[in-house]
Ligand binder design. Structure first.
Ligand code: AP5
Length: 182
């Protein structure tokens, strides 16, 4: 089974939901940069204080900050991992390739979760996280289109990308993803 995975997709597609579930059942390290940043904000660390306002606006925190977090978690980790919400732009993807080269590892599969904007908006408004109000969600969707969507071509060119329809129940989507892991 594939053990080094990356989940890509717009806010609200269900990356976190599916990643958490798959990581638990397959004993993978679930590395969500959003969750790690929110933990820093909650603990009011200097890093969290730097990230808080940026996240509240729905923009991306600096690449250096996110890369430091990812490097810290991946170095010294033995076994599989699942990256959720990272990389978020081409410089992060290129930096990840460099880091994985250093660690002698490589991505085995990129899962693109696809869902239309009205459903994304509906899901996120129902959740109501600090950055889940309509204006900020729309901005996060724009940031996704501008900065993250170019990663689709990047990973397609490497032959790593597989798309999944992210509508339906959590179980239905999980079943679609599991067929890609063999
Ligand atoms: P991040 O935490 O990564 O948020 P996001 O990408 O906007 O993703 P979401 O958590 O909103 O959506 P998701 O696809 O994970 O869906 P989820 O499973 O949660 O990033 C937040 C911020 O942190 C960024 O804006 C940025 O500022 C910063 N950041 C993070 N990473 C960064 C990076 N690498 N570089 C720079 N900045 C970074 O589901 C959403 C909702 O839908 C939930 O309520 C869930 O219960 C529900 N749901 C899930 N599946 C279903 C289903 N099948 N049916 C119905 N409801 C469902």
């Amino acid at each position: 089974m594939k053990q080094r995975l990356l989940f890509l997709g717009p806010p609200g597609a269900g990356k976190g939901t599916q990643a958490q579930r798959l990581a638990a059942s397959h004993h993978l390290l679930h590395l969500s940069t959003g969750d790690l940043l929110r933990a820093e904000v909650q603990a009011a660390t200097p890093l969290g204080q730097e990230a808080e306002a940026v996240m509240a606006r729905g923009e991306l925190v600096t690449d250096a900050l996110v890369l430091a977090i990812v490097r810290h978690r991946l170095e010294g980790h033995q076994g599989g991992w699942l990256l959720d919400g990272f990389p978020r732009n081409l410089p992060q993807a290129i930096a990840l390739d460099g880091l994985l080269g250093e660690l002698g590892q490589s991505i085995e599969l990129v899962v693109l979760m696809e869902l239309e904007a009205p459903v994304l908006l509906q899901r996120l408004l129902a959740r109501g996280r600090a950055d889940d109000n309509e204006a900020v969600i729309r901005h996060r969707l724009d940031v996704y289109q501008e900065q993250t969507a170019p990663l689709i071509a990047h990973y397609q060119a490497q032959g790593l990308l597989q798309s999944v329809e992210a509508s339906g129940t959590v179980e239905e989507i999980a079943a679609r993803i599991s067929t890609l892991l063999e």
